[in-house]
Design a binder for this molecule. Structure first.
Ligand code: ASP
Ligand code: MG
Length: 465
């Protein structure tokens, strides 16, 4: 099948009856030209509501569960009333009630246990996507467009890392051929739930928060789609966050590497792992705004003629810097570094940036604040001997920092660029705490004091083109 288009609709693009109508209209228009697979997120804020309900369950708060479930049913039933009538309305209404009942059953299990087992969380939380897939597929049918909701856990096969699973592409391809291809051949739009999958033996998993983008790219890859369109509520990938930089602009084309670097460094527009499955077949991606249809969006491609210098800047604020220094030169700092990195890996803490100085043998790494507690616990226990015997100075933590990442294909081999970036930052009286540049030379990461972050971003953005 040539020409297949995979389209993913995010939570805001599915956020109300009115938005679902727009999404359905987009599907209908594209379907007139080529086969379409739709991948949908839960309606906006529904995943948060579901996760919050499960926390109430764990805490033994039955009333809290019921209040949330009332909101959940009401939102979907009202949307159903606004979209549908007659038989389709009635079957969809009972479908919604059944899914909410499934969720209630799992939440009550957790209430009894006083616990939230990760695999049950994954099973429960995917119900947000199942509800939205049900609504839009019924609405498409009501407008004469053949559509079928499909549970992502029947198609996407993953490992067993609940909450952050990784797809098994060959197994997923087989399932997609069995389940999605026959629908496409009959001219039906499969509406697949984003975010969820299942292990080979059928245990429910999810791909991490914001994972519907990733679901869509996995399906685009295994079905060998000609394009992937990701519908959101922003005009595309921007040169900076427009709330911080008023003259930030939409980039018309970026490469997979640029988009991935931006996503990993805090840009919210794409789930960081989205692009990886597409690289092999070089499937182009469009990031588009379903609230702004006349805007073309950003095209993400494998290669482009890049202008010299940086193209975009992004930032992260919920980060902390951990610094370590051997107490004497008799201690091998390489060994300390390797022990420290191992301790971080054991704690499942991702190192966002790492730098070291050879003279003082000190080194530091940046981690997410939410992973700081576990990271410190693991470091302090793995390095307890070194700390008590005075081989290692006390570990220092600075939570008052921010990370700034400057990204661009054209940064490779552009001499003098780092100097320009650093002087732009220091002219704003912002102190640079640490600097890291990966060997790809695509990104320079700079750690600064939190209160200088916005000024640094604005200064660096002036260097972007
Ligand atoms: N609904 C899920 C979340 O909020 C997945 C997604 O929207 O991409 O994380
Ligand atoms: Mg998203």
């Amino acid at each position: 099948m040539t020409n297949l288009l995979v389209m993913k609709f995010g939570g805001t693009s599915m956020g109300s009856a009115e938005r679902i109508k727009v999404a359905a209209q987009i599907c209908r228009e594209q379907k007139e030209r080529r086969p379409v697979v739709a991948v949908v997120s839960a309606m906006s804020q529904v995943t948060d509501l579901l996760l919050n309900t499960l926390r109430h369950a764990e805490a033994g708060d039955e009333a809290g569960i019921e209040t949330n479930l009332e909101r959940l049913s009401q939102r979907h039933l009202e949307t159903c009333d606004a979209l549908l009538s007659g038989d389709l309305h009635d079957t969809t209404t009972s479908g919604i009630r059944e899914l909410v009942a499934d969720f209630r059953r799992i939440a009550h299990g957790m209430l009894m246990l006083g616990e939230r087992p990760p695999r049950s969380v994954d099973e429960a939380v995917a119900i947000g996507e199942r509800l939205s897939a049900l609504l839009i597929s019924a609405y498409l049918q009501s407008t004469g467009v053949p559509a079928q909701d499909v549970n992502g856990s029947d198609v996407i096969v993953t490992d067993a890392v609940f909450g952050n699973a990784t797809p098994m592409m060959d197994e997923t391809r087989k399932k997609a051929d069995q389940i999605l291809r026959p629908l496409l051949e009959r001219g039906v739009i499969p509406v697949v739930t984003g975010f969820n999958g299942a292990t080979i033996d059928g245990r429910a998993t999810t791909l991490g928060r914001g994972g519907s983008d990733y679901s869509a790219s996995i399906l685009a890859a295994v079905l060998n789609a000609s394009e992937l369109w990701i519908w959101t509520d922003v005009d595309g990938i921007m040169s900076a966050d427009p709330r911080l930089v008023p003259d930030a602009r939409v980039l018309d084309t970026v490469t997979y590497s640029e988009a991935a670097e931006l996503a990993y460094n805090g840009a919210k527009v794409l789930h960081p792992r989205t692009l990886a499955p597409l690289i092999e077949r070089q499937i182009p991606v469009w990031s588009k705004n379903s609230f702004h249809l006349e805007h073309p969006g950003t095209r993400i491609v494998s290669k482009m003629e890049a202008p010299p210098g940086p193209r975009a800047v992004t930032s992260m604020t919920n980060v902390a810097l951990i610094s370590m220094e051997p107490a004497s030169s008799a201690v091998s700092s390489s060994r300390l570094m390797s022990r420290a990195l191992e301790a971080l890996a054991d704690a499942n803490a991702e190192v966002l940036a790492f730098t070291s100085s050879s003279y003082r043998q000190s080194f530091c790494f940046l981690v997410r604040k939410e992973e700081l507690g576990a990271a410190m616990k693991s470091l302090e226990s793995d390095l307890a001997l070194e700390l008590t015997h005075g081989y290692l100075k006390p570990i220092e933590v600075d939570e008052n920092v921010g990370l700034l990442a400057i990204v661009g294909e054209g940064m490779r081999g552009t001499p003098g660029l780092a100097g320009r970036i650093f002087s732009a930052i220091s002219q704003k009286d912002v102190n640079i705490i640490a600097i890291a540049q990966g060997s790809s030379e695509l990104t320079i990461s700079v750690v600064v004091h939190r209160d200088g972050l916005e000024r640094a971003i604005q200064a660096v953005h002036r260097e972007c083109r």
